[in-house]
Write a protein that binds this ligand. Structure first.
Ligand code: C2E
Ligand code: CA
Ligand code: CA
Length: 568
């Protein structure tokens, strides 16, 4: 492109663009856009000097373009001339109020149009001079703005939102308000697949939409990354409209990837609660729907409140519980169908909380979120080692115990050293401690996991793939990851009764494991019918309630001792 200043002409009617282009192509390099969304895209791609925009357009109209530009530091200085129908005084006035530099009316009179544009450009130059004079004031004002505004989108930042929403709700504490917390699913994918500018455009467009939606009554903000929040009087909030509006605004950007917004709503009961806590509650509601196709928003309710209180209890007490040895292990035997006796066990943790036993399903996911799982797992491994040591000391030959290794462990660099330290401390053969890993670790970081698995096995620790078949990449993972044992997900055996397909899959997986020289353990065996089926297809190791539930350490040791006596 040559050195001419760039003019962006935005009009959905082609003939209008053609006419205007003819007027100005001598003096300007012309870029055309058919609607507001295309215009915003063009703004990011070209160094635009002036914008001519039609007020009435589908998808995103001229007012929206104007509003977007005037609130964005990068574009607010570019003069915008709006184009209106001949007799639409209201629109002209509104556009001028919103910061339009001038307006031109249709049908176009070439002389008038040229003059007006020339005036606008001349005024711009004068503006620059005047701007220099008031620079000092502006800088001060801007500093204030920066403290409150998110630099990318121009809407409020997190701190400003907490402060302003709180002030607003407290000033009108008799009006019911709601806090909405929003998040985009798979936004990272958008950033990875497209240029960072595309991601930014999505964020800016969403922010712009929310800002218009909030209007005078509400407050919106970008809390972080792709998270937004909105504070609105409850009677002005229609969540179906919010989500549908966000969807269509983002869809009109024409990105070939589905960008979906999810929201959680917290109807404020007490305006004096800190807003960050209100956001947490809305966020909790959001987590209930995130990633689902429908519905896309949820309200915070009593069940979530109870869950939150329980989570807080768990997090508050976890350190103390570890110190006080409130975590205990149960051992669930693994049976050899050929040996007809117990050939191993899995260590499963329980929390012996003073008010009653808590099952791992309640606390493991929380510890996986806050990282505590790494310490708890190590504690459990050590408890398992103690069981093995005490059996050896009592003269009973132990069976191997398998322990769960949560995926977070693979981020600690001393994982192998820790395990080696344990077997050394309790003077055990490493093959007595089997490591159960899950596919999720592989999905996150296949290369690192492959290296770790090699290192474990190289040092004598057998590795088991837990919950095999429950994830997405099971088969491709098998190709890369040479584990010793496949533990087939419980869901399969429980399906066997209902569907012959599940049976066929199970049979194939058992055979596959054998061909790859891996042992196959089937877990979750609950009935005689399931057992008969497994025996028929050549399965050799099973774990499940049919044989035994997880039991306390002493009972387990008794079981092993008895089976040894029978064997002798
Ligand atoms: P998992 O590793 O898949 O463990 C198997 C779960 O299935 C255990 O539940 C076990 O009690 C249960 N189970 C065994 N046989 C049957 C059966 O026949 N029918 C049914 N319906 N269930 C059976 P549990 O003990 O509640 O543990 C749940 C999950 O918590 C475990 O699933 C594991 O993912 C996690 N977990 C337990 N202990 C630990 C631990 O020390 N560390 C880590 N990271 N995770 C653990
Ligand atoms: Ca397991
Ligand atoms: Ca399992």
């Amino acid at each position: 492109m040559d050195d001419k200043p760039v003019m962006l002409i935005v009009d959905d009617v082609e003939i209008n663009r053609v006419v205007l282009t003819q007027f100005f192509q001598e003096d300007y390099a012309i870029i055309e856009a058919e609607n507001g969304q295309e215009a915003l895209q063009a703004l990011t791609e070209h160094n635009v000097s002036i914008v001519l925009v039609d007020l009435v357009m589908p998808i995103m109209d001229g007012f929206q373009v104007l509003a977007f530009m005037k609130q964005d530091d990068q574009y607010m200085g570019i003069p915008v001339v709006v184009m209106t129908a001949n007799n639409d005084g209201d629109s002209e006035a509104r556009a001028m109020e919103m910061g339009a530099a001038d307006f031109i009316t249709k049908p176009y009179n070439p002389t008038i149009v040229r003059c007006r544009i020339r005036n606008v450009m001349a005024r711009e130059e004068n503006e620059w001079r005047r701007a220099a004079q008031v620079a000092q004031n502006r800088q001060l004002a801007e500093m204030h703005q920066f403290a409150e505004r998110d630099p990318l989108t121009g809407i409020f930042n997190r701190e400003a939102f907490y402060r302003r929403a709180s002030e607003r709700m407290q000033a009108h504490y008799q009006t019911p308000y709601s806090i909405v917390y929003m998040d985009i699913s798979c936004f990272k994918v958008v950033n990875d697949l497209f240029r960072i500018e595309t991601g930014n455009l999505v964020l800016k467009t969403a922010a712009y939409y929310l800002d218009v939606l909030a209007g005078e009554d509400g407050i919106c903000a970008r809390i972080e990354a792709d998270h937004f929040a909105l504070c609105m009087p409850t009677d002005k909030l229609d969540m179906d409209t919010v989500i549908a509006g966000l969807d269509s605004t983002i869809q009109s950007l024409g990105i070939s990837h589905n960008v979906l917004f999810y929201a959680g709503v917290y109807p404020v009961e007490n305006a004096f609660l800190p807003v960050d806590q209100m956001c947490d509650r809305a966020h909790m509601a959001l987590n209930r729907v995130k990633g689902k196709y429908m519905p896309r928003y949820a309200f915070y309710d009593k069940a979530m409140r109870d869950q939150m209180i329980e989570e807080q209890m768990i997090v508050r007490n976890m350190e103390y519980a570890l110190q006080e040895r409130q975590f205990v292990i149960k051992l669930q035997p693994v049976y050899g169908l050929q040996e007809k006796q117990v050939i191993g066990a899995e260590a499963l943790v329980r929390w012996n909380y003073p008010k009653g036993m808590i099952m791992p399903g309640k606390f493991i996911p929380i510890f996986e979120k806050n990282g505590f799982i790494v310490r708890l797992d190590r504690y459990v491994w050590e408890e398992a080692c103690k069981v093995l040591r005490s059996q050896l000391d009592e003269g009973v030959e132990p069976v191997p115990i398998s322990v769960n290794v949560s995926r977070l462990n693979f981020f600690s660099h001393d994982l192998l050293e820790f395990l080696q330290g344990l077997v050394k401390k309790y003077d055990l053969q490493p093959n007595l401690l089997k490591l159960e890993i899950t596919e999720s670790a592989y999905v996150e970081n296949p290369h690192q996991l492959m290296a770790m698995v090699r290192a474990f096995r190289g040092n004598g620790f057998p590795v088991m793939m837990d919950d095999f078949g429950s994830g997405f990449s099971s088969l491709s993972m098998l190709k890369d990851l040479p584990v010793d044992v496949l533990k087939i997900d419980m869901a399969f055996v429980q399906e066997v009764d209902k569907s012959s397909r599940a049976g066929a899959i199970m049979e194939t997986v058992v055979e596959l494991g054998q061909r790859l020289h891996m042992n196959v353990v089937v877990e979750g065996v609950e009935t005689k019918e399931q057992l008969d089926f497994l025996e028929r297809i050549g399965c050799r190791e099973v774990q499940g309630y049919y044989f035994a539930k997880p039991m306390d350490v002493e009972s387990f040791k008794g079981l092993v001792k008895r089976s040894r006596n029978i064997a002798e």
